[in-house]
Design a protein around this ligand. Sequence first.
Ligand code: URA
Length: 201
Amino acid sequence: MLQNKKNKKELMRKIKDEVVALKKSPLYKFRIENKNLPVIGQGNHDAEIMFIGEAPGKNEAQTGFPFCGASGKILDELLAYIGMNREKVYITNIVKDRPPLNRDPSPEEIEIYGPFLDRQIEIIQPKVIVGLGRYSMEYVMRKFGLESKLGTISKLHGQVFDTTLPYGKVKIIPLYHPAVAVYNSHTKDILKKDFEILKKV
Ligand code: URA
């Protein structure tokens, strides 16, 4: 379905309202107790590129915006490196609430929040979906019929996979999570090279 800007905004707002009220999530109590915010996503609702991280960290849960801590700085640098910025793309996570101690998201959490991400993909209809890190790579590849191509992120990063969604053809590109590059300049160089591939695509 072709959706106009107003429609998209309303659909995103509905997702936000549902996540805010998501008492069945194991992360709900932690959010309330810590006066945290859910992080729905940020950027252009007509973006051609959608970046999917794992889950919000402390900074994100305090501000309500994705990737606004150290790994966000790396992501911004990488976007700038290929002449992009946050206004041109859409950035979100699979899990919309912060897990305690910034631990990895659990399978149960991914199952609960995954359908919200699916709806965001339907709303934005990106032509390129970038999975940042292992969890996002696995979620997106399983979801879109690329399960047989799955491997480690160290093997698959920077590869371009074609798939077709109900709204059209989409390219899936797994990349290293920017957090890995915070203290590792070698991974940052790899990410830069992979962003060059993204630019070409
Ligand atoms: N890491 C993620 O995966 N997502 C964020 O929003 C921040 C850090």
